[in-house]
Design a binder for this molecule. Structure first.
Ligand code: ATP
Ligand code: MG
Length: 456
């Protein structure tokens, strides 16, 4: 068994104990230590500071000490792992030693007592179809999000999950990290982006080409759907369809399918309603309309709205070698913990402010890098005239406002305005807060600035 497999097993065991997986830096420390590397070498390889690597390692050894029941240190972790009987640590059913490399002998985990449904009796060797998936070098934190998603897919067997959130918040990265952690529980793992708006027919054909060994793909869409549902019943499959917003129209309220794409709605509905043992994950900037209805009908359907990366976003600033660490939380707050917005801004700070965050924060905030503006132009290009008018109105309000305060200030009918408010909510472009049982609406500083510069 190689080091990567040992790290995977420890990751699983820690997850069982703490509900959290090892993050990128913890894995780097563990792998590096098992390869006899110094903290300084691990720091160089992983792009973190040596002090951060040291702090991470110290916490990690404490965690492993609790897990393994004896004091773990950098000096003895390898020796301890070599003699550890993982059967006793985890209580998992194992099937003999499958290989020994680097002097570490660990048994292969084949089943977990919690997972006792027939579909989970073994670890699968999944057929992976991830060639079109983007590769992201780093993945920071998001342990709570991953735990929830893993619970939905593995324990609750939710058939249709939608990961929602504004562009750049990390939906693709999160779903790929989820795949990485749970892929061995599936027969098939498939990632497809819908960024070029393929028709349902094209998407179904593509899926059937993966499932079916036979070259003959049926002509009718009905038969294609029936065959796919059959594969999803007979095999445990995890399918991620990314960029689902490309199925929705521009200049229409959020989540409305473009002409010629309405049949996706039926496909997603069938995935939720028909009995099978697979999960479909949809990533989107906009909430598909049918999802709310399906949830109400108590089908195994869930929505996950992805928010700020929080303090973990400091790793992005760290990787760009920015300084003035005491001001990083302020920067993260202004840019909403959006990893992509922070990546653009960190590059700007590095190039024009010598990496000094405090220097950058002296400017009138927020400054929008050209790349960030171009990123925002995509969701804004999809808004209806009423939505745009509402965004412009909100951008000029110093305080959050209630619907009643802007109904007669925007040149659209009350119905159009109310629908625009809901639609902007379904695009994750509005901030809301409750005050004396009234909902108040506002824009976050980045969107406010963008609207002011582009539309005022
Ligand atoms: N947890 C994370 N750790 C490190 N980097 C992250 C994380 N999440 C996102 N990023 C980075 O932020 C950028 C945007 O992430 P991603 O492409 O996953 O966002 P998205 O929500 O899928 O955006 P879009 O809706 O436009 O497709 C990427 O460069 C990615 O590397
Ligand atoms: Mg994406």
């Amino acid at each position: 068994m190689n080091i990567a497999q040992v790290v995977d097993i420890l990751d699983e065991l820690l997850f069982e104990k703490t509900g959290s997986h090892l993050d990128f830096i913890q894995k780097s420390v563990l792998e590096g230590t098992l390869q006899d590397k110094t903290y300084s070498e691990i720091a160089i390889k992983s792009g973190y500071s040596e002090s951060h690597v040291g702090d991470t390692a110290s916490d990690l050894w404490k965690l492993l000490s609790e897990l393994l029941g004896e004091k773990v240190r950098k000096a003895n972790v390898k020796a301890i792992l070599e003699k550890t009987n993982f059967n006793q640590v985890s209580g998992v059913i194992v099937s003999g030693i499958v290989g020994v490399t680097n002097n570490i002998s660990v048994c292969n985990k084949t089943n977990h007592p919690k997972n006792n449904s027939p579909s989970k009796q073994k670890i699968f060797s999944p057929k992976l179809h991830l060639n079109n998936a983007p590769k992201f070098p780093y993945f920071y934190s998001r342990n709570n999000e991953l735990s929830t998603l893993k619970d939905w897919v593995i324990n609750q067997e939710i058939r249709l999950i939608t990961i929602l959130g504004i562009s750049g918040i990390g939906k693709t990265t999160l779903s790929l990290s989820l795949i990485d952690r749970i892929k061995t529980q599936f027969d098939y793992v498939i990632y497809r982006s819908l960024r070029f708006s393929p028709t349902l027919d094209a998407t179904l054909t593509n899926l059937l080409q993966i499932f079916s060994q036979q070259s003959e793909i049926p002509q009718s869409i009905e038969t294609k759907i029936a065959q796919i549902l059959d594969y999803l019943r007979k095999n445990r499959c995890l399918i991620v369809l990314d960029d689902v917003q490309m199925l929705f129209g521009s200049g229409q309220l959020a989540g409305q399918y473009k002409t010629g794409y309405e049949d996706y709605q039926l496909f997603f509905k069938l995935i939720a309603e028909v009995c099978h043992q697979s999960s479909l994950i949809l990533n989107s900037w906009e909430k598909p309309r049918e999802i709310a209805r399906l949830s109400k009908d108590h089908h195994p359907v869930r929505c996950f709205v992805l928010g700020s990366l929080g303090e973990a976003a400091k790793e992005i600033l760290n990787s760009q070698k920015l300084s003035d660490e005491e001001t990083w939380s302020t920067l993260i707050d202004i840019y909403q913990g959006n990893p992509l917005w922070l990546e653009f801004t960190a590059t700007l700070i590095q190039e024009l402010f010598g990496g000094r965050v405090s220097e950058f924060l002296h400017c009138e905030m927020p400054i929008l890098d050209e790349g960030l503006q171009s990123q925002l132009s995509q969701p804004f290009g999809r808004l209806t005239p009423a939505e745009l008018a509402l965004m412009t109105h909100l951008a000029n309000q110093p305080e959050p406002v209630a619907v009643s305060q802007f109904l007669n200030k925007i040149p659209f009918s009350p119905s159009e305005i109310v629908n625009a408010v809901r639609s902007l909510g379904n695009r994750f472009l509005l901030d809301t807060q409750e005050q004396e049982q009234i909902t108040l609406f506002s824009l976050n500083p980045v969107l406010k600035q963008y609207v002011k510069t582009q539309y005022s």
